[in-house]
Design a protein. Structure first.
Ligand code: F6R
Length: 605
């Protein structure tokens, strides 16, 4: 979490840093700060609150003219949200920003910090002290000596008081990308902060120092030799990372789904069946697979729940869906005949990454479904199937989720082809069904006015339940997280048949229940469950396919998706749930894109 940026070049540093922080704000928005360096001085400006507060503060004071600096937007880990704890931190000749957690900070403080007056409660200030204590005029030596003592994760951007115009960076686990463009050298937590200047960048490798000056962005190894950069290119540009007239990124991203889905699916289709030749995923990879594990966090894990239904039904392989933060500390039963699919929008989620590493240690075949090109999970997976959703900036994931489902559909079809559990004709038909469901997203988007109106009944809700069966239950989990994370209404997802084993005691007069009933095979069972909650006074918001006959007495609001095959309903139905969450949050007067306590990219445990 936390967004970091560094710059050295011909532009005014303050502007570059603040613009970059605005793009990185989704990574954390508890506090923000910048440090600018000149030959004479280092000037730090920091504040609690988000980047707009920092901008105001910078506008109110006379700042130095500088062309080099570092900036940080914080998601608090060590120490509360105070100005003292905001980055940058300065100790002696060292000023730095940090993303990550230094786990052995107490020991370092004991060993090296005696007699030093610290101003914050952060692990970062202690790291700054260590850099300073090792700094005797040679920055790279100080960096190597310092990181040798650190345990945990970090991405540091460091200024040394007597070396103006230069930013030094090093990372372990926490991400950093860098670029050199005509305006100068840049480093940031991710490419969105650099996209205004370039679409070409490189990932800063671990165990390497990045040196930024107005003339270069250079990588050095321990011996001080230059390390070759592996350049990457993103296809999207600056406009893709803007709101483009939408009030919130989340709404923009909801509306981008038809295109995102198409961009993800179209390049993989040859002769109407999925083909991963371009991805260099040979069929032989799948031939010996005897079981599948899908490992991810949050929304990405919910996409995995849909994948489980699809793969088990069509490929007849057993699929386990695992929460990454549990999986990494469990004793999973996997081997070289296991396909471990890790799903991650950011490609940086620490628990998912750790799970991937564990799966590799246990010799499983690993495949990443990842949105961010060049991210750590993408680089470390044996095979990668990129989703092409473009940048997702709102904290609440929307388009990344539906494209993850689409990618899992493609993967299922290819697995079924290789394992011969479906014939070519059946797969072609499946692909047509997937396309149909993608088309239906536009129909769901047309429901926005009615959904907006309906959400008036949710504004004051305290608790809310989502119910569904089969694939609709998997989707309920996603509907529930989306609603609770941005509306702060307590919500839970229940397999509809499980309700009467405890939870139904919570259904009283007026409690909203969002019932997803798109599956024909269990439709009558769902109707019975809905009757049960209605009989106890629930306010029922029902989602079905158009053709499904329901009596008016069992719902208060009814939204429909077109007539599509059962297994492909989650894509258009998810859009309805996203719009419900969005408008409920708006009605409650909340900042949809920046829900409290949450950050987009969870790079710390
Ligand atoms: C919810 C949400 C999170 C993420 C989760 C995993 O809207 O966005 O639950 O899905 O933190 O993130 P990635 O996919 O980046 O690994």
């Amino acid at each position: 979490m936390c967004g970091i940026i560094g710059y050295s070049g011909r532009l005014e540093a303050k502007q570059v840093l603040v613009n970059g922080l605005e793009q990185l704000e989704y990574r954390g928005y508890d506090s923000a700060g910048i440090a600018q360096i000149t030959k004479e001085t280092i000037e730090i400006t920091k504040t609690t609150g988000n980047v707009s507060v920092l901008k105001r503060k910078l506008g109110e004071k006379e700042t130095i003219a500088s062309h080099c600096g570092i900036g940080h937007t914080r998601w608090a880990t060590h120490g509360g949200v105070t100005e003292e704890n905001a980055h940058p931190h300065q100790v002696g000749k060292v000023t730095l920003i940090h993303n990550g957690i230094i786990e052995n900070y107490k020991k370092i403080r004991e060993d090296y910090g005696k007699g030093i007056l610290f101003h914050s409660q952060t692990d970062t200030e202690i790291a700054a002290m260590l850099f300073d204590s090792f700094y005797h005029g040679n920055p790279e030596e100080a960096i190597w000596n310092t990181v040798a003592k650190l345990e945990g994760s970090y991405a540091f951007c460091i200024l040394f008081e007597d070396i103006p115009n230069t930013v030094y960076c090093i990372r372990k686990i926490s991400p950093l990308v860098a670029a050199y463009a005509k305006e100068g050298a840049f480093v940031a937590s991710d490419i969105t902060a650099l996209i205004a200047y370039t679409q070409d960048y490189f990932v800063v490798p671990e165990d390497t120092i990045l040196v930024l000056t107005d003339e270069k962005a250079e990588l050095h190894n321990r011996k001080g030799n230059i390390v070759e950069k592996e350049m990457l290119h993103v296809k999207w540009d600056f406009t893709a990372a803007q709101k483009n007239g939408y009030p919130y990124y989340m709404l923009k991203e909801i509306y981008e789904q038809p295109e995102a889905l198409w961009n993800t699916v179209a390049p993989r289709i040859k002769e109407d069946i999925p083909d991963f030749e371009e991805e260099q995923i040979p069929d032989s990879v799948f031939e010996s697979i005897k079981q599948v594990k899908i490992v991810a966090c949050g929304t990405a894990m919910h996409a995995g729940l849909i994948g489980k239904v699809l793969i088990e039904k069509r490929v007849r392989l057993s699929v386990g869906v695992e929460i990454a933060s549990e999986f990494r500390y469990a004793s999973p039963i996997i081997d070289s005949n296991t396909l471990v699919i890790v799903i991650s929008q950011s490609g940086e989620t620490i628990d998912t990454l750790a799970s991937l590493r564990l799966a590799k240690e246990l010799k499983a075949v690993t495949l990443g479904i990842v949105n961010v090109k060049g991210s750590t999970i993408a680089r470390e997976s044996d095979y990668v199937l990129y989703t092409h959703a473009g940048p997702e900036i709102a904290v609440a994931s929307t388009k990344a989720y539906t494209v993850q489902i689409a990618a899992l559909c493609l993967l299922t079809m290819r697995l079924a082809f290789v394992k011969k559990t479906l014939g070519r004709g059946e797969i072609t038909r499946d692909f047509a069904l997937l396309k149909e469901s993608m088309e239906c997203v536009k129909r769901s988007l047309l429901l926005e006015p009615q959904i907006q109106e309906m959400t008036a009944c949710l504004t004051d809700a305290r608790d809310l339940f989502f119910i569904g069966r089969g694939i609709d239950y998997a989707l309920s989990c996603e509907g529930s997280i989306k609603l609770k994370e941005i509306s702060y209404i307590h919500s839970e997802a229940y397999a509809a048949g499980e309700l009467k084993h405890g939870t139904i005691s919570l259904i009283t007069e007026g409690v909203p229940v969002i019932a997803i009933a798109t599956q024909e095979s269990v439709f009558s069972k769902m109707v019975s469950n809905i009757r049960e909650v209605k009989a106890r006074g629930a306010l029922v918001i029902l989602i079905t396919k158009e053709s499904m006959q329901v009596e008016d007495s069992i719902f208060d609001y009814h939204f429909t998706i077109p007539e599509i095959a059962d297994d492909y309903t989650p894509i258009p139905a998810a859009v309805i749930l996203q719009l419900i969450a969005y408008h409920t949050s708006l009605r409650r007067g909340l900042n949809v894109d920046q829900p409290r306590n949450l950050a987009k990219s969870v790079t710390v445990e």
